[in-house]
Design a binder for this molecule. Structure first.
Ligand code: NAP
Length: 323
C-alpha cells in the first residue's frame, strides 16, 4: 500500500512538467488564440439585423449573440433546412422568438434580388447588415451569372445585396454594414485583366483576391456614405474552427490537427459582434478590425484608385447603376 503511494507520488512528480506545459498552453490559448472579446453590453430591442451565412460557423454565433441582445435577426442562408435548424436552436436558447429564416443564395443574383424584394416588403427598418457568408478553396466553378465562385459569392453577391438594401439602411440610420473579410486579403490582388480566373486559376489566391475585394468595397462604400450615419467596416475574425475549409481535404486534416490553435466559432464571432454593436464605433467607418481593435490593412487594401475601379467594374458586371 505504502509502495503504491510512493509510485503514485513519483509518477505525479515525473509528469509535473507536462502539467506545467498544459497549464501554459491553456494560458497561451486564452491570451493569444482566443483573441479579443466584445465587451459591449449594448441591447438591441427594436433593431433589425440581417446576417448572411448564419446557419453555421461565425455567422451562427453572431446571430446567437444579436438574438440574445434582443434584436430581430434575419438568418439569410442558401440551405433552408440547415438555417431552420440553427434558428430554432437560437430561439430555444435565447428565448428570442424573432429569429427568422429567409432564403438567400449569393451565387445567384436572382435569389439575391428575391431576398431583398421580400425583405423590403416585409420589414420597415434595417439597422445592421452583416455580410458574413463566404466560400474558400473551391475547385474552379462559376455562379449562376458566370462569375468566378469566390469573387461571385464573397464580393459581388454581397455588393449587390448591400446595393439593394442601402435605402432601408439609410432610412433606419444610425445603421451599420459589417463586411467579414480576412487577413488573407494581404495576399490578394484585383486582377482586372482576368477577374474570373479564366486565364489562370489558383483556388487559394482566388479566395485572397475576393477578401481584398471586401476590404476595398468597404473603403469605397464608407467614403460614399459619409454624412448618412450609415457606417461600413471590415474585419478579420481570426483563424476559426469552422466548415470554411470543407473544399480541401488537406486543409480539413490540418484544421483538425491544429484545432487547439484555432479560435472557436464563438471567439471568431467577437469582432463581427463588436463592429455591429459597440457604442464607441457608432460613427467609426471605413476601418478594418481584428480581435476587436483596428488592424493593419495591406497597401493594396488602401489603394483608392483600385477601390473606385473595382466599384465601377462590379456595377458593370451586375448591371446596376450605383452613384
Ligand atoms: N474560419 C476562418 O478561419 C476564417 C478566417 C478569415 C475569414 N473568415 C471569413 O468568415 C466568414 C464566415 O466563415 P466561417 O468560417 O464561419 O465559414 P463556414 O462555417 O463555412 O460558414 C460559411 C457560411 O457561408 C454560407 N455560404 C456559402 N456559400 C453561400 C452562398 N452561395 N449563398 C449563401 N450563403 C453561402 C454557408 O452556407 P452553407 O452551410 O449552406 O454552405 C455558411 O453558412 C467568411 O466570409 C470567411 O471568409 C473565416
Amino acid at each position: 500500500m505504502e509502495n503504491n503511494g510512493y509510485i503514485l507520488r513519483h509518477l505525479l512528480f515525473k509528469l509535473s512538467p507536462l502539467f506545467i506545459i498544459l497549464y501554459f498552453c491553456r494560458a497561451r490559448r486564452f491570451l493569444y488564440v482566443a483573441g479579443g472579446r466584445c465587451k459591449s453590453a449594448a441591447r438591441l430591442e427594436g433593431k433589425v439585423a440581417i446576417i448572411t451565412g448564419a446557419n453555421t460557423g461565425i455567422g451562427k454565433e453572431t446571430a446567437r449573440d444579436l438574438a440574445r441582445r434582443g434584436a430581430r435577426v434575419i438568418v439569410a442562408c442558401r440551405d433552408i433546412a440547415k438555417a431552420e435548424a440553427a434558428a430554432s436552436e437560437i430561439r430555444a436558447e435565447t428565448g428570442n422568438q424573432q429569429v427568422t429564416v429567409r432564403k438567400l443564395d449569393l451565387a445567384d443574383t436572382k435569389s439575391i434580388r428575391e431576398f431583398a424584394g421580400k425583405f423590403l416588403a416585409e420589414e420597415k427598418e434595417l439597422h445592421i447588415l452583416i455580410n458574413n457568408a463566404g466560400v474558400m478553396l473551391c475547385p474552379y466553378s462559376k455562379t449562376a451569372d458566370g462569375f468566378e465562385m469566390h469573387l461571385g459569392v464573397n464580393h459581388l453577391g454581397h455588393f449587390l445585396l448591400t446595393f439593394l438594401l442601402l435605402e432601408r439602411l439609410k432610412q433606419s440610420a444610425p445603421s451599420r454594414i459589417v463586411n467579414v473579410s480576412s487577413l488573407a486579403h494581404h495576399a490578394g490582388r484585383i486582377r482586372f485583366h482576368d477577374l474570373h480566373g479564366e486565364k489562370r486559376y489558383n483556388r487559394g489566391l482566388a479566395y485572397c483576391h475576393s477578401k481584398l475585394a471586401n476590404v476595398l468595397f468597404t473603403r469605397e462604400l464608407a467614403r460614399r456614405l459619409q454624412g448618412t450615419k450609415v457606417t461600413a467596416n471590415a474585419l478579420h475574425p481570426g483563424s476559426v474552427q469552422s466548415e470554411l475549409v470543407r473544399h480541401s481535404f488537406l486543409m480539413m486534416r490540418l484544421w483538425k490537427i491544429f484545432s487547439f490553435f484555432l479560435k472557436t466559432p464563438w471567439e471568431g464571432a467577437q469582432t463581427s459582434i463588436y463592429c455591429a454593436v459597440a457604442e464607441e464605433l457608432e460613427s467609426v467607418t471605413g476601418q478594418y478590425f481584428s480581435d476587436c481593435q483596428p488592424a493593419y490593412v495591406s497597401p493594396w487594401g488602401r489603394d483608392d484608385e483600385t477601390a473606385k475601379k473595382l466599384w465601377s467594374v462590379s456595377c458593370e458586371l451586375l448591371g446596376i447603376q450605383w452613384d
